[in-house]
Design a protein. Structure first.
Length: 360
């Protein structure tokens, strides 16, 4: 009896140790990795054609939910079946079909602000409240003579300009003194003028030159025109068309020697010219915004080219030409130089000239 009990206890101990060892080995083994879920969605399997009806109500409901067909809606027909209302040039929306079409506006031309630095683009008259002072010296080679004129302009309005010109003096032989030498003589001619712009390309000018001693008065008329072609070219002229004698003789601002000669012969009651007609044309090529090439040519008819009163000295009809440049290092400053002939028939009339202008 005692032996049987001892044997049962040993058997139970052995079995307990074996169970514990088996559980430890099973726990130590690694767990199998889970397979990643397939990205491809499962497609419903269509039922076989010869399959019977589902056996239960629950199975019938699940099958109808998984295998129900989707009803496709048809697009409505186009509003224009013939295609006559289509516009191939109409903008096509890319991102948002409901967004309004983009309308591309034509580029607008930028308006100029202030007085242009380009000579070709400048108006005939100065803008309102702008002032300009210019100096214009020039000379003739043979016989040598020189004259310098000072001119001031002021823009009363954008269409009306007031001008004042004064001959500073000249270098020549005094016609009143026999055998006189070249010397500087102060100028005695002064004049007031006004210019009115009728159009952007057309104006009219009126002036009254006066010689101070002896007093001589004339009337000047001009019809300045200027046509611009783009930003590079401008053509114009007729700015000094007529100079008509009113008393004694017609003073000029170009040659002080001519004024002195007319004043000297006035004592002997010499018949003077009735005036002059000057047809002058110019062209401007704007090589750079601050550099312009300017040419001028025309004819001058002294005593209106009639010569009936012997008022013109020498030839009554002369041709002149000149060419030069204007350089504007600043918007308010101009520098210029030109060469040409006052009379193409005489080589001695070769006349270099300068120009200086300052604006405020």
């Amino acid at each position: 009896m005692y032996v049987a009990r001892m044997t049962a206890r040993r058997l139970i101990s052995v079995l307990s140790v074996g169970l514990i060892a088996t559980a430890s080995v099973v726990a130590a083994q690694p767990k199998p990795a889970k397979k990643p879920a397939s990205k491809t969605p499962k497609r419903p399997v269509a039922p076989a054609k010869d399959s019977a009806a589902p056996a239960s109500a629950a199975g019938s409901a699940a099958g109808s939910a998984a295998g129900s067909t989707v009803q496709m809606t048809e697009d409505p027909p186009p509003s224009d079946m013939a295609g006559t209302a289509e516009n191939p040039d109409a903008p096509r929306p890319v991102a948002d079909p409901d967004a309004p079409p983009v309308v591309v506006a034509a580029p607008t031309r930028r308006e100029r602000v202030g007085y242009p630095i380009e000579e070709a683009a400048r108006p005939i008259a100065l803008p309102q409240n702008m002032s300009e002072v210019s100096l214009s010296p020039h000379a003739a080679v043979s016989p040598f003579t020189a004259t310098a004129s000072l001119r001031a302009r002021y823009g009363i309005t954008s269409k009306v300009q007031l001008g004042l010109t004064y001959v500073l003096g000249g270098v020549f032989r005094d016609p009143e003194t026999v055998g006189a030498k070249q010397a500087f003589h102060p100028g005695k001619a002064v004049g007031l003028d006004v210019t009115v712009m009728l159009q952007d390309w057309l104006g009219v000018s009126l002036g009254v030159p006066v010689y101070l001693s002896p007093v001589a008065v004339s009337l000047t008329l001009g019809a300045p025109i200027k046509f611009t072609f783009g930003d590079k070219l401008a053509l114009g002229g007729f700015d000094d068309l007529l100079n008509i004698k009113l008393d004694r003789f017609a003073p000029t601002f170009y040659q002080e020697l001519q004024n002195a000669t007319n004043a000297a012969t006035n004592v002997s009651n010499t018949i003077h010219s009735q005036g002059e007609l000057r047809v002058s044309l110019f062209g401007i090529y704007q090589y750079q915004p601050d550099f312009a090439i300017i040419g001028r040519a025309g004819i001058q008819m002294e005593d209106f080219a009639t010569g009936k009163t012997d008022g013109c000295s020498g030839e009554c009809l002369t041709n002149f030409i000149s060419a030069g440049f204007h350089y504007s290092p600043r918007r308010y400053l101009d520098l210029g130089l030109s060469i040409g002939f006052d009379d193409l028939a005489h080589g001695g009339s070769f006349a270099p000239a300068g120009f200086l202008a300052f604006r405020i």
